[in-house]
Design a protein around this ligand. Structure first.
Ligand SMILES: Cc1ncc(COP(=O)(O)O)c(C=O)c1O
Length: 428
């Protein structure tokens, strides 16, 4: 078989998968170790046909895949790898650029800067920020906090009890202490309880993982400016909503942030992985990361994006983001975001109207937190039963000590019928 024939078969596989993913059990219905046990323990001596790889993908691996592309994937934060993004991933792998300095792939470096500027315009971010791509928000936050440590000399990272665990991990990795601030009854950081003694950075979250609550960034920015502390805004999920002006209320205070992370692989229809990190202070990131050995020295008068984060080798990630932005345009992105939020509103309304069920946190974007009146054990059992059914996939959190179910909408293939189907299954 040739690359062309194998490629056609792989593309056919991808197209067929996307057509039928809504019929597959959303959560993989396998036991730990089951998939590995079905595979040979040792690699082949002689090369096999690519067709064999595709066959085993279908027969052995697919039952062990939890389908993030399913329209009824509602756990964590639902994501979509859109078709333009998928195709661009293929092309990026074909080029296999390793863009650690400008000359190793000028197009990759320059397209990355351009797509970050485009996205900043689409999201209505302040002018003039420097943007680059990291793999995940976890790494974007490591980069931001390393810059904060460099710029301030502080030893503490301040965040709320509801901040994502990646903040504490980043702090731990950087040898910084984490100080958690209590939250108010809307799950927001309490600005009146913030202590910035010895702080390098304060991480405010716009769209927390558990409830999508929005920390009071304007008040937190005041505190950071007074104390000369770096303000990093984690909008990994909710930042994409800013493509629609009606969600930009949650941008208040952002103009005073030192850095911002938004995951294009969460709610901007770009395949995993593509985390966008902007900063008002690029020189601080360079101070934290730039280190040029002799073998990377050139006379090129151009920036190297590896100077802004931990990795030297960099994938051509901007290609998929560029493809999505071009093929969807502002209107296409807005329509998809608005539809997800409309579905969440609908679902929230059904829960509110149903005796015996309750919405447990204010809904700001496309995430609904809810539970059945009853014990934590009953709610946990409901979640387990639903997930085992394969009909949909939900995740949970704990709010004010209680076990709560989360329904997060964000897959572009989700229809109103899927939301109905989910609610029928949950009620049943
Ligand atoms: C608010 C927030 N920040 C950070 C992250 C971490 O994202 P990543 O998996 O890209 O590191 C998440 C993941 O869901 C998140 O919800």
């Amino acid at each position: 078989m040739t690359f062309r024939e194998d490629g056609a078969a792989a593309l056919e596989w991808a197209a067929r998968y996307l057509e039928r993913v809504g019929e597959l059990p959303v959560l993989a219905q396998v036991e730990p170790g089951e998939i590995r046990a079905r595979l040979p323990a040792s690699p082949p001596e002689r090369g096999e046909a690519f067709a064999d790889v595709l066959r085993d993908l279908d027969e052995i691996l697919l039952p062990g895949v939890t389908h993030w592309q399913s329209p009824r994937f509602f756990a964590y934060f639902a994501v979509s790898a859109s078709e333009p993004g998928i195709l661009a991933e293929l092309l990026a792998a074909t080029l296999n650029s390793v863009a650690f300095i400008w000359r190793t792939s000028p197009a990759s470096t320059e397209l990355e800067a351009l797509t970050l500027d485009w996205t900043a315009q689409l999201l209505g971010l302040p002018d003039g920020w420097h943007g680059h791509i990291e793999d995940t928000a976890s790494v974007s936050t490591i980069a931001a906090l390393a810059a904060a440590r460099e710029a301030t000399g502080g030893r503490v990272v301040v965040c709320s009890e509801e901040a994502h665990s990646s903040v504490e991990r980043a702090a731990r990795l950087l040898g910084l202490e984490t100080r958690k601030v209590p939250i108010d009854d809307e799950f927001r950081m309490r600005a009146d309880a913030v202590d910035l003694t010895d702080a390098a950075a304060l991480v405010a979250t716009v769209g927390t993982t558990s409830t999508s609550s929005v920390d009071p960034v304007p008040a937190l920015a005041d505190l950071c400016v007074d104390a000369d502390v770096w303000l990093h805004v984690d909008a990994a999920y909710a930042g994409s909503s800013w493509v629609c002006p009606e969600f930009r209320w949650s941008q208040a205070g952002l103009e005073r942030a030192d850095s911002l992370v938004v995951n294009a692989h969460k709610w901007l229809f770009t395949p995993m992985d593509c985390s966008l990190l902007w900063t008002r202070r690029p020189e601080a990131l360079r101070a934290a990361f730039s280190l040029v050995p002799e073998y990377l020295r050139t006379s090129d008068e151009a920036e190297s994006l590896s100077d802004y984060g931990p990795a030297l080798g960099r994938r051509f990630r901007s290609l998929k983001l560029w493809a999505v932005l071009r093929c969807y345009g502002r209107e296409g992105l807005q329509a998809r975001i608005r539809e997800a939020v409309r579905f969440a509103e609908l679902f929230e309304g059904w829960v509110e109207a149903e005796p015996g069920w309750e919405v447990c946190a204010s809904r700001h974007f496309s995430l609904v937190c809810f539970r059945r009146d009853g014990s934590d054990e009953e709610n946990e059992e409901i979640l387990e039963r639903l997930n085992r059914s394969g009909e949909l996939f939900l995740s949970h959190t704990r709010l004010a000590g209680r076990y709560v179910l989360r329904l997060a909408i964000g897959n572009e293939r989700t229809t109103e019928a899927d939301i109905h189907r989910a609610w029928q299954a949950i009620r049943a």
